[in-house]
Design a protein around this ligand. Structure first.
Ligand code: B1M
Length: 211
């Protein structure tokens, strides 16, 4: 790993957005491809951030600053990755379900998914079932990730799965769910393909669902 890629790596792990932005630019000037920077610098770093979170050394604030730092680098790399024709490991449509405005956890999940190499279409909050279906049709996503923070809005998860059934494309996508009131049992009950309790495990689950 070059010294500049190492700087990107530590910048993400330590949540230093300015360092990441500067080092990404420098790595590009030195001739590194966007793909190398993404994989060896940022994705590797997000893997380490996830490990530290899992081991209880990092908490949500550290995840948030790491995600913010990664976002800074991604803003520079995104158009270059498209130009280099780098294939994502999979395509995900993510959103917080209808009636629910909580997005902090969903944004973390989204960033960990990007860190794992997914192309993420983030529909934001208060996403109606039909909007999830339309986004899958237009993006060609193979995974849908739904977040809910309210016990009252959890009901919109089975409603969204039903919308995929009605559209005749339920078998084309894997559907995963999460959020504070959501459980594995609930996921099984509503016919989702998986549940993850936190952002790191969500990225891991996403990878296993498309494997
Ligand atoms: Co609201 N809120 N809130 N709130 N809010 C809760 C959720 C609540 C538990 C607070 C409480 O009463 N103790 C409660 C829900 C009670 C219930 O339903 N059982 C509640 C309520 C009642 C409300 C309102 C109804 C309040 C009101 O207006 N009377 C209202 C609802 C608005 C709406 O959505 N329609 C409301 C509004 C808000 C704010 C807008 C003020 C704000 C949201 C800001 C925002 O998101 N941009 C807010 C906040 C901040 C919270 C608390 C305090 C924090 C939520 C949060 O961001 N946590 C929350 C209390 C709490 O949780 N302690 C609360 C940090 C975040 C990193 O964790 O989102 O759990 P979390 O995400 C985790 C995991 O859950 C998981 O990974 C994440 C990171 O590891 N995860 C996934 C999440 N999505 C996943 C998806 C996956 C996999 C994992 O796969 C797809």
């Amino acid at each position: 790993m070059s010294a500049t890629i190492q700087e990107i790596y530590t910048g993400v792990v330590e949540g230093d957005r300015d360092q990441v932005v500067e080092a990404v630019q420098q790595a590009l000037n030195e001739g590194d491809s966007a793909e190398t920077i993404l994989k060896q610098g940022m994705m590797a770093a997000m893997g380490e951030v996830g490990r530290l979170f899992e081991e209880g050394e990092y908490f949500v604030p550290e995840l948030l600053v790491a995600a913010r730092a990664m976002q800074g680098g991604m803003d520079i790399l995104r158009p270059l990755l498209v130009a280099e024709d780098v294939e994502p490991v999979g395509k995900i449509v993510i959103g917080t379900v209808k009636g629910d405005l909580h997005d902090i956890g969903k944004n973390l999940v989204s960033m960990m998914m990007q860190g794992a190499g997914f192309e993420v279409t983030d529909l934001g909050t208060d996403v109606a079932p039909e909007k999830f279906v339309d986004a899958v049709k237009t993006s060609g996503a193979n995974l849908v990730a739904m977040s809910a923070l309210l016990t009252t809005t959890m009901a919109n998860m089975p409603a969204t799965i039903a919308a995929f059934d009605q559209a005749g494309i339920r078998d084309k996508v894997k559907i995963m769910i999460g959020g504070a009131p959501v459980t594995d049992q609930f996921a099984q009950k509503i016919g989702a393909d998986g549940y993850a309790p936190d952002a790191n495990q969500a990225a891991r689950l996403a990878l296993s669902l498309i494997a």
